[in-house]
Write a protein that binds this ligand. Structure first.
Ligand SMILES: Cc1cc2nc3c(=O)[nH]c(=O)nc-3n(C[C@H](O)[C@H](O)[C@H](O)COP(=O)(O)OP(=O)(O)OC[C@H]3O[C@@H](n4cnc5c(N)ncnc54)[C@H](O)[C@@H]3O)c2cc1C
Length: 373
């Protein structure tokens, strides 16, 4: 019998790949190998509903508990992929065991980047896994001074959610405006204003020059303007690093082999829609199907009860046209370059998204570039 498909990584891409294999009639073994102890779960709620306490652990599973057994998808949890022998088609696990594969899917995602020197402190957090989210949730309470370092989407969301817990939040960003790759400067400024209106202290263009600790707790940060920020807890949200060091070579090179495929954040993505699409696309490649057209994927975020939905990559000097009421948190904006729409943001207007997606897709010859291999 064929040794089937082994999926390294147990997140969204892995789950969507396994689902599409079984839906497509694949009858050989399918195994998901994950370093985490949890069956595949959804990450977006980690900084939103789960952190807020309005959803519990069992509510963010990607499938019901018995799905994997019913679909004959074997879950190997708590043991990570640690090495690969591509010639003998063997995946090595951290425990020392080896798994044969016919096809290997690399879907190990990424992990949060650490601030050098900060991991010695027990009150410094990062947020990538369910366990991280539970740990952070347990320390958020009224009056706690939380510093969020990095005003990307995760930093923005945690700042907002922590305000809901009654925490006092300072959001510190090294750039003069956040989210330069996802938001036009006028939209980034709108988001900064929203955070400030909701009571978050936003410090822009500020860099950490020193961490002041006492034993295993971080007590304060010194910033490059000479100021000192006292804190009880800190979240470091300064980007991610792909979980690819266990691979013998770059993912890009490996995926040139017909029996090794990459999907999701480890393959260069950083949004849910793209990871879901790529997991499915890899399954279709294994099933020998024609690749489906790549959708124009985007991202979403929930901040202070407002849904943001973004598409495309704006540049600072692109033209922007607003429609609606930014002050009312109900608008959308289209960003154009040389008269051609290249990016859009809908705020509190999910109904606009299909039209905006269509508009951008019609004018795009390149996006999104990242079809799964
Ligand atoms: C807090 C948070 C909020 C987010 N919110 C949004 C949002 O609102 N909108 C949006 O579009 N996107 C959001 N994202 C991004 C989205 O969740 C990711 O793009 C998506 O989860 C990527 O899926 P993936 O399968 O590639 O990786 P992951 O979901 O990260 O899954 C990879 C899995 O592989 C495991 N793993 C790592 N190394 C190994 C190894 N060596 N062996 C085996 N297993 C391993 C990991 O522990 C993990 O379980 C958010 C992400 C986070 C962390």
């Amino acid at each position: 019998m064929s040794s089937g498909v082994v999926i390294a990584g147990g997140g969204l891409s892995a789950q969507r790949c396994a689902e599409a294999l079984r839906q497509g009639g694949y009858s050989d073994p399918v195994k998901i190998v994950s370093i985490e102890e949890h069956a595949p779960y959804d990450r977006p709620p980690l900084s939103k509903a789960l952190l807020a306490g309005t959803k519990e652990l069992h509510e963010i599973a990607l499938r019901p508990a018995d799905w994997h057994g019913e679909q004959d998808v074997e879950l190997l949890l708590g043991d990570g992929a640690a090495g690969l022998d591509v010639d003998r088609r063997k995946l090595m696990l951290a425990s020392g065991s080896m798994i044969d594969y016919e096809h290997l899917v690399i879907a190990t995602g990424s992990r949060a980047r650490q601030l050098p020197g900060s991991d010695q402190y027990e009150n410094v957090h990062t947020l990538r896994t369910l366990d991280d989210a539970v740990r952070l949730r347990n320390v958020l309470e009224p009056g706690k001074r939380l510093v969020v370092l990095g005003a990307g989407l995760i930093g923005q969301e945690v700042a907002a959610t922590a305000m809901g817990h009654g925490a006092e939040v300072t959001l510190i960003e090294a750039e003069s405006l956040p989210l330069a790759r996802a938001l036009h400067p006028e939209l980034a400024q709108w988001l900064v204003d929203l955070q400030r209106e909701e009571g978050v202290e936003v410090r822009l263009g500020a860099r950490v020059t020193e961490m002041i600790g006492d034993g295993d707790r971080l007590e304060a940060l010194l910033l490059d303007d000479g100021s000192r920020v006292e804190l009880d807890e800190m979240l470091v949200a300064i980007g991610v690093i792909p979980n690819s060091e266990w691979l013998p070579d770059e993912v890009g090179l490996l995926t040139l082999r017909p029996d090794v495929h990459g999907a999701g954040d480890v393959a260069g993505g950083d949004h849910w829609e793209l990871a879901a699409h790529q997991g499915k696309a890899v399954a279709h490649a294994i099933l020998g199907r024609e690749p489906a057209p790549v959708p124009f994927t985007g991202w979403w975020s929930d901040v202070h009860g407002v849904r943001l939905q973004g598409l495309g990559q704006p540049a600072a000097n692109d033209e922007i046209v607003f429609e609606g009421e930014p002050g009312e948190r109900d608008f959308h904006a289209v960003v154009s370059r040389n008269g051609i729409p290249v990016a859009a943001l809908a705020v509190g207007r999910p109904r606009e998204l299909p039209r905006l997606r269509k508009l951008l897709a019609e004018h795009s010859s390149t996006q999104p570039a990242k079809e799964a291999a």
